[in-house]
Structures are given as structure tokens and as C-alpha cells.
Write a protein that binds this ligand. Structure first.
Ligand code: PMP
Length: 435
């Protein structure tokens, strides 16, 4: 674990506490974004020395960059278990960009029906619902996806659902979905499956190719900044023949074979999905991060995260006034994310206290997954009523470099907050009784 901490860039940067002391931060907000590996930064720096325009220029630098960029598609395929000619990789800026590109390409009429879930991040909900009829599979009381609901909807729409789009892991509860089984269901009913991989790529080994043809994932989308590379990288890996039948509504240079006055011939995928000058540093950083993650190994990563999550949950469960969400007994199907609230204390206050008192970074509110958070916190469907914002919860999320000391410092800080709140409450009661 110490070795891994040494591999991270920026962990020892000092931040200021409320008492003006400067200390290194403890980052428990890795589901939002992760710090980069040092090797990633070094690789970006090295590649920028030999950098030239991608695909369009001549000269050694341009040829070098083009080669790294092009060969990188195979590294991506290998990383997501998609070593087959049926798949093509195109680079994107982030998962939001990728899903919007797919939705803009695939939705041809508002009659097309998409099946999504109530567990999705807005990035895998709004791009669909704003373009076409979208139906949603529900989650249960603990927040797990009801897979039978997917089956029910596929059956009810009897072959009319064109795409099933589902997250591989939730950014709120960390539940990992059995997307290969969902793929099988989708395929049985003639739909294609799109998987939002934003929260899985840094946590579990992922194979797009399933045990059987039916279980293959058709499209997989993810961001690089959640897997130890800086902002701006990401990829879509998807079925070449489907990608070539469509085109994203995102146009510009680099995607065409020929443009005439009144007609255009577009290149096949990946180029037709990559209009504009690409983000080369984002791509090379992502490629190196994939190599480093593979080297560390996902067995280690999964096991390490489970240890941290168990420790954090056990600690939180012991404290009075802590409300935890989701199934916190059985965590085998969760990546390292936990959500909670403290009775009587606003989530924002909790987050401010953690940051100001011990430089612990967390996130609070509704994590761009409002329908899901609304369900977890006791609300349900809001159809017909005013769509109000949510108080939400506080989220902690682990990266591979977090350790047990981070968890214990977090728990001790929550304890201090609860204790100071108890004293404040006690003083209020005492004052009232004196009056
Ligand atoms: N899907 C999930 C599950 C996510 O957690 C996120 C980021 N929080 C996204 C999609 C969107 O990723 P990005 O902001 O990098 O586009």
C-alpha cells in the first residue's frame, strides 16, 4: 500500500485547514475524480516532447504521435477485454461526451425506445430521455437494480426496445451490476446493450466479451480521469458494424473521405466519431494508466477496496446518529463507495467539517443521480409534482492509494463532529432549562 502511495502524483501537496495549518489532504472523493499516477504525468511530458498533429501532418513528430494514438486503440481493447475485430475504439473527452455521441448517433426517431435504470448517473439518463422515449427499470429498497424489471420491460415492449443502457457500477452506492446477464436479456429481445463503465474501470477487471456471444457487451463507455489519468481522456468501445451504420451529430474535420459542394462522404469508425483535433495528452495518459492498473492487478485492487469499505462501514455503524444507505452487510458486489447522513447535521456541514478540520475531501448532495438518491433517501417517483432539489447524502469513495489510516482519521473526525454537536445540543437544553 505504501508502494502504491509513492506511485501517486500530488498526494503530498499541502492544503490549508480552518486553523491555517498546512497539511496534506486525505482524498475520499475518488468516485468524482482520481489523482494521476506519477508514471502517467511522466508519460504525458515525454510524449509532448515528440508531439505533432494527429493523422494530418507529416514529419517525425506528427508520425510518432499518430502511431502512439492509433496503436493505443489496441491497448484500450485489451484493457476492456474486447480483443476482437467486431469492436472499434474511438476516443472521447469523458463518459458524458461518449454517451451523448452514441445517443445522437443511435436515436433516429422519438419512437425509438431506450431502456435505462433508476440507478444511472445523469450522464447515462438525460442524453437518452432528452432525445427519445426512455423507460426505466426500478431499484429495490436497498438500492440494488431489479433485474427482473428489465426483463419485464423488455417483454412488455416485445422487441420494440432498441437499446438497453445501464451502469456497470453505481457512483452512489457502488453496486456492481451483472451487465453480462443484462446483455443476454437485451439480446434475447433484439436490443443492443450500452454500458456506462465510468465507475468500474478503476475498480474491477472488465471484459466486454462474455462467456457466450449473447453475453457480449455491445458498447462500453468510460472516462480516464476516474482511473488515475488527468481530465480529458476516455473511450467508447463498440460494435464496428453498428457504429458504421450511424453517425454522431458532431461534425468537423478529420471525419471525412471527401466533401463536395452538396454532398459528404464520411470515413468509417473510429474517424467518423472523432471530429476535431484530438486530446493527445488525455489519450497517452489514459493508455499509461491502463498499463499501471493492469500491473497492480485488479485482484489486489478489489480486495484492498473491500477491506477499506468494510472498515469504514463497521466504524460508521458503531456511531450513534449515523444513517447508512444501501446494503452494508453484504458488500461483495460493491466497489469502494459508501453513502451516509448524520441525524440533525446538514450534509454540507459534515463535508465542511471534514475538510476544514482534517483536510478530508468528500462529496455531498445528490451526485448527479437524483432519481436514485431520491429513492434511497425515502422519496420515490416525482411525476406530477415539482421536481425539487435534494439534500442528498455524504459520500466517501476510495482509491487504490487510500489506506486504513485514512479510514480511521475519517472515522475519528466524524466522531468528533458528533461529539461537538452533542455538546452544543446539551448546552442548548441546559440553557433552556435555566430560563
Ligand atoms: N457515469 C457515472 C456512473 C459516473 O460516476 C460519472 C461521473 N461521476 C459519469 C458517468 C460521467 O463522467 P464524466 O463526468 O467524466 O463525463
Amino acid at each position: 500500500s505504501d508502494n502504491i502511495r509513492n506511485m501517486m502524483f500530488g498526494l503530498d501537496a499541502l492544503v490549508e485547514l480552518d486553523n491555517n495549518k498546512m497539511v496534506p489532504a486525505i482524498n475520499l472523493d475518488n468516485a468524482a475524480t482520481t489523482p494521476p499516477f506519477k508514471e502517467v504525468i511522466q508519460e504525458i511530458e515525454r510524449q509532448l516532447m515528440y508531439y505533432g498533429s494527429i493523422g494530418r501532418g507529416k514529419g517525425q513528430k506528427s508520425e510518432n504521435s499518430t502511431e502512439v494514438y492509433t496503436n493505443g486503440r489496441d491497448i484500450v481493447k485489451d484493457f476492456v477485454g474486447a480483443n476482437s475485430d467486431i469492436y472499434t475504439v474511438f476516443y472521447i473527452n469523458n463518459a458524458t461526451d461518449g454517451i451523448n455521441k452514441l445517443a445522437s448517433a443511435f436515436i433516429e426517431s422519438p419512437e425509438d425506445i431506450v431502456l435505462s435504470t433508476r440507478m444511472e448517473h445523469h450522464a447515462n439518463d438525460l442524453p437518452w430521455r432528452e432525445r427519445t422515449k426512455t423507460v426505466y427499470a426500478e431499484v429495490d429498497k436497498k438500492g440494488r437494480l431489479i433485474v427482473d424489471d428489465i426483463k419485464r420491460l423488455l417483454k412488455a415492449y416485445n422487441g420494440r426496445i432498441k437499446y438497453v443502457t445501464v451502469t456497470a457500477a453505481s457512483n452512489v452506492t457502488g453496486y456492481v451490476n451483472d451487465v453480462h446477464y443484462i446483455a443476454k436479456l437485451a439480446h434475447q429481445y433484439g436490443a443492443k446493450i450500452i454500458v456506462d463503465g465510468a465507475q468500474i474501470v478503476a475498480h474491477r477487471a472488465f471484459n466486454m466479451l462474455g462467456q457466450t456471444l449473447e453475453e457480449n457487451i455491445d458498447f462500453f463507455v468510460f472516462s480516464a480521469h476516474k482511473m488515475y489519468s488527468p481530465f480529458g481522456g476516455g473511450a467508447v468501445v463498440g460494435l464496428t458494424d453498428v457504429l458504421n451504420k450511424h453517425i454522431a451529430k458532431f461534425y468537423g474535420g478529420g471525419m471525412v473521405e471527401a466533401v463536395c459542394d452538396y454532398s459528404v462522404r464520411y470515413l468509417p469508425a473510429p474517424d467518423r466519431y472523432e471530429a476535431g483535433s484530438p486530446n493527445y495528452p488525455g489519450v497517452v495518459g489514459m493508455l499509461r494508466a491502463m498499463e499501471v492498473l493492469k500491473c497492480i492487478g485488479f485482484d489486489y485492487i478489489k480486495n484492498h477496496e473491500q477491506i477499506l469499505l468494510r472498515r469504514a462501514l463497521d466504524g460508521l455503524m458503531k456511531l450513534p446518529g449515523v444513517i447508512l444507505y444501501g446494503d452494508n452487510e453484504n458488500i461483495a458486489d460493491r466497489v469502494g463507495i459508501a453513502v451516509f447522513t448524520l441525524r440533525g447535521i446538514k450534509n454540507e456541514e459534515v463535508a465542511n467539517f471534514l475538510a476544514g478540520y482534517r483536510a478530508i475531501a468528500v462529496r455531498h448532495a445528490a451526485f448527479c443521480a437524483h432519481p436514485y438518491v431520491r429513492r434511497l433517501t425515502g422519496g420515490s417517483d416525482t411525476s406530477g409534482s415539482f421536481c425539487y432539489p435534494l439534500e442528498g447524502m455524504v459520500r466517501i469513495s476510495f482509491g487504490i492509494y487510500n489506506n486504513e489510516t485514512d479510514v480511521d482519521t475519517f472515522l475519528a473526525t466524524i466522531k468528533e463532529l458528533l461529539y461537538s454537536e452533542y455538546l452544543r445540543h446539551f448546552a442548548r437544553v441546559k440553557n433552556n432549562s435555566v430560563q
